[in-house]
Design a protein around this ligand. Structure first.
Ligand SMILES: O=C(O)CCC(=O)C(=O)O
Length: 314
C-alpha cells in the first residue's frame, strides 16, 4: 500500500514536470520520510509468498522503503507567468493591436463589405475562372507543395519561400472591379494581388509575416474573404530575450466571413505574425484576395528576402 501511494505521487510529479507552463507554477521537492509512529514496523514481505515470482519494484532499483511519503511545496523561484488570453475581434472597427517596438500595429475590420448576394456570385465566378495552381516552395533545400492553391497578379514577380510567382498582368475583370472597390474604401492604391484558395478545412497558411523586402516598409495589406468562414489568427513577435518562444505572446483571432474586408496597417507585418490554421471539422472552400504593393527589388538583392527574421510560410 505504501509503495503504490508513493508511486502514484511519483507519477503525478512526472506529469507536472512534463508541462512547461505548470513547471513555473509548481516547484517543490520530495521531503524526508515522515517518522514512523512508535511500534509500527516497516512493511515486511510475507515469508509465505514466493520471493521470485513477483520481485516487485525493488528489483528495478526502486527501493520502496527509501521513497519519501510527502511532497513539500516551495515558493516558486521564477515569477508565475500567465499566458495572455486570446482576444477575439469580430465587430467592424479600427483596432490598435500594439504600440512598438516598430510603431503602431493596426487592424481595420469591415464585415459585410460585400453584400451576401454579390459575394455569392463573385465567389462562384472566381472559383471557376481564376488560374488556380499549387505552388512548390523550398525549405532547407527540400521542396514541398503549399497546402492551398494560389494565383498572382501584378507587373512584377513575387518571391516567397524560395519560389517565385511570375508577373501576370492579365487581371480578371472582376478582380479589377474588386480592386477599385477596395481602393475606394481604403483610400490606398494596390498594384498587386495574391489570391489564395483553401479547398477545405485541411488547406491552410502557417505563421508568417508579409515582410519581404519587395513589399516595402510598413506595407498596407487589404484582405478580402469569400466563401466559408475561417479563423485568421495573429500572434505578437517575441522580444529577443524569449529566444523565439511565442508561449507568452499575445494572440488575436479574427473570424473572416463571406464578404469581409480586413486591413493590416502600420507595423503589423513587423511586430506580428498571422496564419489560417488547418481545421479538423468540415469547411467549405474559401477564397482570400490579398491586395498589396510590390516594388522592384534593389540590384543584387536576393528576391524573397525578409526584412527581419520570421518563420517562413509553408
Ligand atoms: O487567407 C487569409 O486570410 C490569409 C492569407 C495570407 O496570410 C497571405 O496571403 O499572406
Amino acid at each position: 500500500m505504501a509503495i503504490s501511494a508513493s508511486y502514484h505521487l511519483w507519477i503525478t510529479k512526472c506529469d507536472i514536470m512534463s508541462d512547461k507552463r505548470q513547471r513555473a507554477r509548481v516547484q517543490g521537492s520530495w521531503a524526508k520520510p515522515l517518522p514512523r509512529p512508535s511500534g509500527q514496523t516497516a512493511s515486511v514481505p510475507n515469508n509465505n509468498q514466493s520471493k521470485s515470482v513477483n520481485p516487485g519494484p525493488a528489483s528495478w532499483g526502486f527501493r520502496p522503503q527509501k521513497i519519501p511519503q510527502t511532497f513539500e511545496f516551495h515558493q516558486p523561484i521564477k515569477p508565475v507567468r500567465d499566458v495572455p488570453p486570446e482576444k477575439v475581434i469580430e465587430q467592424a472597427g479600427d483596432y490598435e493591436i500594439s504600440h512598438g517596438p516598430s510603431g503602431i500595429s493596426r487592424l481595420r475590420l469591415l464585415p459585410g463589405f460585400l453584400p451576401p448576394e454579390q459575394a455569392d456570385w463573385m465567389f462562384s465566378k472566381l472559383l471557376a475562372e481564376l488560374p488556380w495552381s499549387q505552388k512548390t516552395n523550398y525549405k532547407h533545400g527540400e521542396s514541398y507543395q503549399e497546402p492551398r492553391l494560389t494565383c498572382w497578379y501584378g507587373e512584377l514577380p513575387y518571391t516567397y519561400s524560395q519560389s517565385t510567382m511570375a508577373a501576370n498582368t492579365q487581371w480578371h475583370p472582376l478582380l479589377l472591379t474588386l480592386r477599385e472597390a477596395v481602393e475606394q474604401m481604403t483610400e490606398c492604391s494596390f498594384n498587386s494581388l495574391l489570391c489564395n484558395l483553401y479547398r477545405d478545412g485541411h488547406d491552410s497558411i502557417s505563421w508568417h509575416s508579409d515582410n519581404e523586402v519587395s513589399l516595402g516598409a510598413k506595407p498596407t495589406i487589404a484582405s478580402l474573404s469569400l466563401g466559408d468562414t475561417r479563423v485568421f489568427s495573429l500572434r505578437k513577435q517575441p522580444p529577443p530575450e524569449e529566444n523565439g518562444d511565442y508561449t507568452y505572446m499575445e494572440q488575436i483571432r479574427v473570424p473572416l466571413s463571406h464578404g469581409t474586408l480586413l486591413l493590416m496597417l502600420g507595423a503589423t507585418q513587423d511586430d506580428w505574425q498571422h496564419q489560417v490554421a488547418k481545421e479538423y471539422h468540415d469547411r467549405g472552400p474559401r477564397i482570400n484576395l490579398t491586395f498589396r504593393n510590390i516594388y522592384p527589388e534593389p540590384e543584387a538583392h536576393r528576391p524573397g528576402t525578409k526584412l527581419q527574421f520570421t518563420a517562413k510560410r509553408p
